[in-house]
Design a protein around this ligand. Structure first.
Ligand code: DX5
Ligand code: ZN
Length: 229
């Protein structure tokens, strides 16, 4: 990847279904895709790695059976990870990311994702150092930087993460990698510009999108904010 600025077309909007209406999940996912979303962000919480419980592989496979063909970006906030990697690969996941602290053998878990035909990613908590992923950077299709502590939607963006986004962008550019640089947590109309300017290309937004009355309007407004960056 060059050091040229990414064009607006390189940006992906990834609504987090954690903030969707679960009683109408298929319709909600269809609606955000029709409204211009690129990727569906799927937050898996186990009440062990994070203090909250969400949904598992059955819901992912239900979305595929419902007819969702867009990439599903599974963000595992679980410990351990390997068994759920296998289950999510079978359930139709596209990307599978996990937190390196949650696997005893991170390289093996990444290989498992690749062997099962999915795209591997690593997710870093706000307090986790970027150096943790440097030896593995060539193996990643996605680097996910958390800009809140994982476990809940609707939290405020942590501003010091901007430095980590800039450092991650430099690291990926130095290695000439086109790995997606995804930022997750507190991304909304007030914060997306600085996140894009720091070098992210994939934007998770849960409450900002599903909390809006008009999904098309909010996704268009998010894109407009970054169209000139
Ligand atoms: C938090 C999750 C996020 C969350 C983002 O643990 O990983 O994906 O849903 O929600 P917002 O966009 O509301 O901060
Ligand atoms: Zn997430």
């Amino acid at each position: 990847m060059s050091t040229e600025k990414l064009s607006a077309n390189s940006y992906s909007i990834a609504p987090s279904i954690l903030s969707a209406d679960f009683a109408r999940l298929g319709e909600e996912v269809e609606a955000v895709l029709a409204a211009g979303a690129d990727i569906i962000h799927f937050d898996v919480m186990d009440n062990h790695y994070v203090p909250n419980l969400s949904f598992g592989p059955m819901i992912c496979s239900a979305l595929r059976k419902y007819g969702i063909t867009a990439p599903i970006d599974v963000h595992l906030m679980v410990e351990p990870v390997d068994d759920l990697i296998l289950q999510f690969a079978d359930a139709g996941a596209t990307y599978i990311s996990f937190h390196p602290e949650a696997s005893k053998h991170v390289d093996r878990s990444l290989q498992l994702i690749r062997e099962k035909g999915c795209k591997p990613g690593l997710a870093l908590n706000p307090a986790s150092n970027l150096q943790l992923v440097e030896p593995l950077i060539q193996q990643l299709d996605m680097l996910l930087l958390m800009s809140v502590n994982p476990g809940f939607g609707g939290q405020a963006f942590i501003p010091y993460i901007l430095d980590k986004i800039r450092a991650a962008r430099s690291m990926l550019d130095e290695h000439k990698l086109s790995t997606l640089l995804e930022v997750d947590g507190g991304v909304n109309l007030d914060t997306i510009e600085q996140v894009a300017a720091a070098g992210a290309d994939t934007f998770v937004a849960g409450s900002a999108i599903f909390g809006a009355d008009d999904y098309h309007q909010v996704i268009t407004a998010l894109r407009d904010k970054i169209s000139t960056i």
